[in-house]
Structures are given as structure tokens and as C-alpha cells.
Design a protein around this ligand. Structure first.
Ligand SMILES: [Cu+2]
Length: 146
């Protein structure tokens, strides 16, 4: 059976016609109407193969709270990707890691707007620490360092 699965995977890879798993590449991104760096981040995700839909809202903080992200850990925009919540300027590689590993968490957040993170101007001041959001809406530790 395992051999068969491997063969199927290989075939899909070679033909390139296998549909992506539902929603895997689709990002729904909510942002404040005036936020330019949020658009920069959306663009970063697009350049890395995601299909991003942007939606302006004045209720971002409330939406983020409802999505389970504690107030002091909220990023400057909020995205939903294939069942996970992604808050702030999280690098596309971390989003991929999330979708590949599929941990049993609610999602991840990069609080604030660190300079040099994807979509943000300026020099990067050390690694970005992307935090886990647990299913009960608490911060669970560092999910990725980029
Ligand atoms: Cu921002």
C-alpha cells in the first residue's frame, strides 16, 4: 500500500495535474483600510505561491481576539489559511511549514511589526520569532525562528 501511495504521489508530481488540497494555497487576509505594510505582506505571500484575497475591516482587533489571539500578541493583520489563523507579518516559509506539519494548534502570530519582516521595510534586527496560538487561545511558545 505504501508503495502504491508513493507511486501515486510521484505521478501527481510528474504530471502536475493533481489539484492542491482544498484551501491549502488560499489566504483570506483582513486588514485595516489604511494599512500599507499589510499589502506588502499579501504581496510577499503571492510571490510565494499563495492566492490572497484582501478584505478591509475596522474590526481587526476584535476579529483577532475572536480568532483566539490574545490582544498583546496580535499582529497588524489577520489571515486564515486552510483552517489555521496567521496573524501579522509571518514569513511564507513559516506558513508552508504550518500547512505541511499541521500541528494541533489554532495558528501562529508574529506580534507587532518587526522591521525587516516580509512586507516591512528596514533592516532585520535578529531572527523573527513566530509564536504558537493554542486551541484554547493562549500563547504556546515559539513555532518558528526565521
Ligand atoms: Cu504591518
Amino acid at each position: 500500500m505504501r508503495k502504491l501511495l508513493n507511486t501515486l504521489c510521484l505521478a501527481a508530481f510528474v504530471w502536475g495535474t493533481a489539484p492542491a488540497m482544498a484551501g491549502e494555497n488560499e489566504v483570506m487576509l483582513y486588514k485595516n483600510p489604511q494599512c500599507g505594510c499589510c499589502e506588502g505582506h499579501a504581496e510577499h505571500l503571492r510571490q510565494n505561491g499563495f492566492k490572497v484575497t484582501e478584505q478591509a475591516t475596522h474590526n481587526l482587533a476584535q476579529m483577532s481576539s475572536e480568532a483566539g489571539i490574545p490582544e498583546e500578541f496580535q499582529g497588524c493583520h489577520l489571515a486564515f489559511v486552510d483552517g489555521y489563523v496567521v496573524s501579522g507579518h509571518v514569513p511564507a516559509s513559516t506558513v508552508r511549514k504550518l500547512l505541511t506539519e499541521r500541528p494541533d494548534i489554532k495558528g501562529v502570530t508574529l506580534p507587532g511589526m518587526p522591521t525587516g519582516s516580509p512586507g516591512m521595510p528596514g533592516p532585520k534586527e535578529g531572527p523573527l520569532e513566530v509564536l504558537e496560538i493554542t486551541k484554547s487561545g493562549t500563547v504556546g511558545g515559539v513555532y518558528a525562528r526565521e
